[in-house]
Design a protein around this ligand. Structure first.
Ligand SMILES: [Zn+2]
Length: 208
């Protein structure tokens, strides 16, 4: 099933949740959106179009990282004591060198780290956990852990923290239902699926 179909099904589940909670129009819109996004999340383990869409372009990240590195070198050169100066210049240089060597295929991993760091600095637990989720998704094979019960539980925790942070009823259920709708749509029993999902990883590797 393609991404558009997953978004549509996820959005529909978000709409059902919004109706169940008798949410006002603005909240309904939010829940539909969250359901749609959640319906795409399990496929972050794909090497392909989806990965290209969520990740900021390679060149943009590299330019920003090199700019930060250059600014850090310049700043360290004019400010601070001798130790801080060399420390700052060292980090700045490392940043410029590392960013020039990064390959496109590591972009999702880098995005995960970025989201994680953002979560830490904003002190938002859901964002921190989402960063960890993206990091893991960038390493596991397609239709494995993100398409398993473990993935559902992990994402459920993220969703519950998001609901607590936003203080809006229905956020948790919309995200969770959107996510689960993806796994159901990927089941092997459906005629258009050649492959199933390994729902019980790591206990069982059987595709269902
Ligand atoms: Zn999938």
């Amino acid at each position: 099933m393609n991404g558009t179909a997953h978004v549509a099904i996820g959005a529909a589940t978000g709409f059902i949740v919004a109706n169940t909670f008798q949410a006002p129009p603005s909240t309904t819109l939010l829940l539909v959106g969250l359901g749609g996004v959640s319906g795409l999340i399990p496929d972050l383990d794909i090497d392909g179009s989806l990965r290209g869409k969520i990740t900021i372009s390679h060149e943009a990240i590299r330019t920003v990282a090199q700019l930060i590195g250059a600014l850090m070198i310049a700043y360290s050169f004019y400010e601070g004591g001798v130790r801080e100066k060399w420390f700052g210049i060292g980090i700045g240089l490392a940043l410029m060198v590392v960013s020039s060597m990064i390959k496109q295929k590591h972009m999702l991993t880098i995005t995960g780290v970025g989201v994680l760091v953002g979560g830490v600095s904003l002190q938002e637990l859901w964002l921190l956990l989402l960063g960890i989720y993206i990091l893991i998704a960038s390493f596991v094979s397609h239709r494995s852990y993100t398409h398993s019960l473990l993935g559902v539980i992990f994402f459920g925790i993220i969703a519950s923290k998001l609901e607590a942070s936003l203080g809006i009823d229905g956020v948790f259920y919309s995200c969770l239902a959107g996510y689960i709708s993806h796994l159901i749509a990927d089941l092997k029993i459906l005629p258009f699926n050649k492959r199933g999902i390994k729902l019980f990883l790591p206990v069982s590797k059987k595709e269902i």
